[in-house]
Design a protein around this ligand. Structure first.
Ligand SMILES: [Zn+2]
Ligand SMILES: [Zn+2]
Ligand SMILES: [Zn+2]
Length: 88
């Protein structure tokens, strides 16, 4: 299985988090583990190790496939529907 997909290939500019917090967890007062930024709309949401898994929920509900890690020092993109990962 090649580690690429059309969604990742279409990304030319990486969207970075505006704030280092999960915007959905902040609303409900929950905690998160790691942060991911949606590369379609720029929403910063929590990872699958977090209790609420807002980033993967967002991908499923909105159909936005690609997220980038919002963690300082991490430089990678991930596509949910293709389970494809790329470092940049
Ligand atoms: Zn893809
Ligand atoms: Zn969250
Ligand atoms: Zn989005």
């Amino acid at each position: 299985m090649p580690n690429t997909c059309s969604h990742l290939e279409a990304i030319t500019t990486i969207k970075h988090p505006k704030r280092l917090e999960c915007e959905e967890c902040v609303k409900v007062g929950s905690a998160w583990v790691h942060l991911r930024t949606c590369q379609h709309c720029g929403a910063t949401l929590c990872c699958d190790s977090s209790p609420n898994r807002h980033a993967s929920k967002h991908a499923r509900v909105s159909g936005h496939p690609v997220i980038a890690s919002a963690e300082p020092g991490e430089r990678w993109l991930y596509c949910y529907p293709d389970d494809a990962f790329v470092e940049y």
